[in-house]
Design a protein around this ligand. Structure first.
Ligand code: ATP
Length: 493
């Protein structure tokens, strides 16, 4: 950016000098000569060429598969492919062509880079890493030059480390290996990808240093088909978000070096963190330790973990402090959500708070019963009821509702749309494209009205609970699920 601004300013000065009558020819000559030299230097990789042997990109890594949690199938598949490489004599004797590339696909933070490092360790290979974005330049030919240099560095590094294998890891490979002809400066992109294909095709079983390419992407759909054809990335390994057991394994890995208090239940944390990646869980364990340090505690307690779940889910606490009236409204809103959640599924409230975090002024966190991948009609209706309960509580208890419910309404509409799309509405299975707008609107409204009525009836008959809960919430800012249920038991006759 700075470079572009400087070039713009330089050009503007030269033009104004020319307009003022100065002779700018010598200046232009020097700029042209300098630019030419700079371009040649870049082409030769002398200026700003990636030093792939930098400590961040290369070296010895001691990560092993036992440091990776919740990826049993992916590790199994990857290991099988690596065994194929390790037993190269057998495959050579059978005339099997070597495995050249392994593609790891999956959401961010699930451990793809860790898997590549563990693969290098497992095969006792020199490890060299680069990211797809490092190859993309506005100067034609530079990306291709960097790809060549990356593979060459790998071949040189392995003997220096006394190894027969080199593992080249390219993260965000979709940037460098996207479908050809789709970008504006496609000549440069195409040349870079072509060079990668050339390097992959050049890998041979009898090379002095056997190179294996491992690449990672969150967008396998964007890759050029040439990369995915047999003989290039021969193995595609899916690295998914961990399930409950997987999350527990990852939490155990990231709390290995941390003193945990007796009350810590990693199983509960694993249950409450559906949708978290390994990176989220690592951050959660780290945040819990930081909170313990701030409290000068010697051990990390369960409440530190609970607080750090909120932080990782919702963002850090905000300094903004709503007025007293607003705090009361937020409390009523959150108690509304919690009350209906607990009524629909006893034990489902994990915590409610009126501390502003991220985009939310307050929130109620539910404990998922189990990891859920499919939703029934009852489940979606119940969730719509819980979502609408915040606004319904404001209206019933305070007489009107506020703009604070806008996000809730959007979420409720999305769920109602899911019901319509999946044939769960009164219309049955429909073709959404040919559905008249009015009919769609009326159906969505009727789904939501029904849940609103259901919720309002319950809230009207529980006004005294709101008085008690909002008072406690205003005093403590937070109520845990257990506390909430205890107060409910005490106040529901
Ligand atoms: P991206 O797609 O964003 O590059 P990635 O899938 O390569 O992400 P990593 O860089 O491997 O993710 O993971 C980031 C960090 O998250 C790791 O250093 C580790 O601390 C933690 N982590 C991620 N997945 C796991 C896992 N399965 N087991 C243990 N730790 C994990």
């Amino acid at each position: 950016m700075l470079k572009e601004i400087s070039i713009g300013l330089g050009l503007a000065s030269v033009i104004s000098m020319a307009l003022m009558g100065y002779d700018v020819t010598p200046f232009l000559f020097f700029v042209a000569a300098g630019g030419g030299l700079y371009y040649i230097a870049r082409m030769r990789g002398m200026v700003n060429a990636n030093n792939f042997e930098s400590p961040a990109g290369a070296g010895r890594y001691e990560i092993s598969f036992s440091d990776i949690g919740g990826q049993f199938s992916a590790i199994h598949e990857l290991r099988e492919a690596l065994d194929f490489i390790k037993n190269h004599q057998v495959i050579q004797s059978l005339g099997i062509r070597p495995l050249k590339g392994i593609l790891l696909t999956g959401p961010p933070g699930t451990g793809k880079t860790l898997m590549a490092k563990a693969a290098a360790n497992y095969t006792d290979a020199a490890f060299i890493a680069a990211s797809g974005s490092e190859f993309i330049e506005m100067y034609a030919g530079v990306g291709a030059q960097r790809v060549r240099k990356l593979f060459q560095s790998a071949r040189e590094m392995a003997p220096r480390q006394g190894k027969n294998y080199a593992l080249v890891f390219i993260d965000e490979v979709e940037i460098l290996g996207g479908k050809r002809g789709q970008t504006t400066s496609h000549l440069e992109y195409d040349q870079t990808l072509n060079q990668l294909l050339v390097e992959i095709d050049g890998i041979k079983i009898d090379d002095r240093v056997r190179v294996l390419l491992v690449a990672a992407t969150n967008r396998a759909d964007m890759l050029d088909p040439a990369l995915l054809r047999p003989g290039r990335f021969d193995r595609i390994v899916r690295v998914d978000l961990p399930d409950k057991e997987g999350r527990l394994e990852i939490l155990k890995i990231h709390t290995r070096n941390k003193p945990l208090a007796e009350d810590v239940r990693l199983e509960i944390i694993a249950r409450e963190t559906f949708g978290f990646s390994g990176a989220h869980l690592e951050s959660l364990a780290n945040e819990a330790a930081i909170l313990a340090m701030r409290e000068k505690a010697k051990e990390i307690k369960q409440h530190h973990f609970n607080e750090s779940i909120d932080k990782v889910m919702m963002g850090g606490k905000l300094d903004k402090r709503p007025s007293e009236g607003e705090m009361k409204r937020i409390a009523v809103h959150e108690v509304g959500h919690a009350l209906i959640s607990e009524k629909i599924r006893a034990g489902s409230v994990s915590a409610l708070t009126i501390t502003p975090r991220g985009d939310a002024l307050g929130y109620m966190r539910q404990t998922p019963e189990d990891d859920t991948y499919l939703y029934t009609k009852d489940y979606l209706e119940d969730q719509i009821a819980i979502i609408l309960a915040g606004a319904a509580a404001e209206e019933t208890i305070l007489g009107n509702y506020s703009t604070g419910s806008a996000n809730d309404f959007e979420q409720a509409v999305r769920m109602a749309e899911t019901m319509l799309r999946t044939g769960m509405s009164d219309l049955g299975v429909v073709c959404l494209d040919s559905l008249p707008r009015d009919l769609k609107h009326n159906t969505l409204t009727s789904i939501m009205r029904m849940q609103e009525e259901r919720v309002k009836n319950h809230i009207s008959s529980s006004q005294h609970i709101f008085d008690v809960m909002t008072e406690i919430l205003l005093e403590n800012e937070k109520i845990s699920g257990e506390q909430f249920r205890k107060i409910l038991r005490e106040h529901v006759a």
